[in-house]
Design a protein around this ligand. Structure first.
Ligand SMILES: Nc1ncnc2c1ncn2[C@@H]1O[C@H](COP(=O)(O)OP(=O)(O)OP(=O)(O)O)[C@@H](O)[C@H]1O
Ligand SMILES: [Mg+2]
Length: 291
């Protein structure tokens, strides 16, 4: 399996894949990859937490296995389930043919009827995979405790089949928007990196990497406006994703400047809360007052 041999090498490889990582993030990722440690990426909304896992998988030709967390997720959705429908069909077929196989029941709980879910898939794939455990803060406490167990030994026991262990663990990237504090035990197991909003120049660069056709001057104006938006007390401040969307929208409409009128017409690309809209409209002249 290929991997980076330096922080600079990793930074360049990510850039070639369309992702701009600053020094801190690249270093954290480099250590995570080389020391086989899970890494927890926390940060604002839309700052590239999920994207970095996708790009890493792509550039190192690893399989991306994604476990999307949500409220109420449980172990069967994360590990494995028995394919109940196929088991039933199999039983029916056996009884129609009047097969009296003494091992029939055992076979029903064998590999043929096992539905692998992301964690089991990742344990099997080992270091051929990047395991993205996305938005772990949405899952509940018990699920977090269970994750901790899986992450500590990369070993899964299925009573009917036996123990499956990864030869070498996959690269594990956990993300969180910090809607709640994660437990210390989980954090201790992981390297940690906070991704904040990028500085303006860096954000311009990110937009130009993602949308190579757009005007640099327009991008600068949009980024300046977005940075002012982030200073307002918005319920949902815009992330990098919104900056990209706004630039894309403007260039699609053929606007080469961000005037107050143009901004007002296209606000839906960046501001997605009613109350925020009111606040932004009141301050629009200042927000669009140039880079
Ligand atoms: N450093 C970066 N380099 C390249 N693209 C970036 C970068 N940061 C953000 N992006 C862009 O922003 C978009 C949103 O990023 P992503 O979905 O990874 O955000 P996120 O942090 O996971 O957000 P959320 O918290 O909403 O899940 C990506 O599709 C990507 O185009
Ligand atoms: Mg995400």
């Amino acid at each position: 399996m290929d991997g980076p041999d330096s922080v600079a090498g990793l930074t360049q490889t990510l850039r070639d894949g369309g992702y701009l990582a600053d020094r801190g993030l690249a270093t954290a990722l480099f250590v995570a990859i080389r020391l086989h440690r899970p890494i927890l990426l926390e940060g604002e909304v839309g700052v590239g937490k999920t994207e970095v896992a996708k790009v890493l998988a792509a550039v190192y030709r690893r399989r991306l296995i994604r476990l999307q967390c949500y409220e109420g997720i449980d172990t069967s959705q994360a590990l494995y389930e028995w394919d109940y429908a196929r088991q039933m069909l199999h039983i029916r077929a056996l009884s129609e043919r009047q097969v009296a196989d003494p091992d029939a029941v055992d076979k029903l709980f064998g590999p043929r009827f096992l539905l692998e879910r992301p964690l089991l898939e990742a344990v099997r794939a080992g270091d051929d995979a990047v395991l993205l455990i996305d938005e772990v803060d949405r899952a509940d406490d018990e699920f977090e405790a269970f994750l901790l167990e899986v992450l500590s030994d990369f070993q899964i026991s299925i009573p009917e089949i036996g123990t499956i262990k990864a030869d070498s663990p996959p690269l594990v990237i956990l993300t969180s928007n910090r809607t709640r504090e994660l437990h210390d035990a989980l954090k201790r197991r992981c390297l940690y990196h906070w991704i904040g909003y990028p500085p303006a120049e860096r954000e311009v660069e990110i937009v130009l990497v993602r949308e190579p056709g757009v005007s640099t001057a327009l991008t600068r104006k949009v980024v300046a406006a977005v940075h002012r938006l982030r200073e307002l007390d918005l319920a949902k401040p815009p992330g990098v994703a919104e900056t990209i969307d706004w630039v894309r929208t403007l260039s699609f409409l053929g606007s080469d400047d961000l005037t107050e009128q143009v901004a007002e017409d296209t606000l839906g690309a960046v501001v997605k809360e009613r109350d925020d809209l009111d606040l932004v409209r009141e301050n629009l002249a200042e927000i669009t007052s140039g880079a």
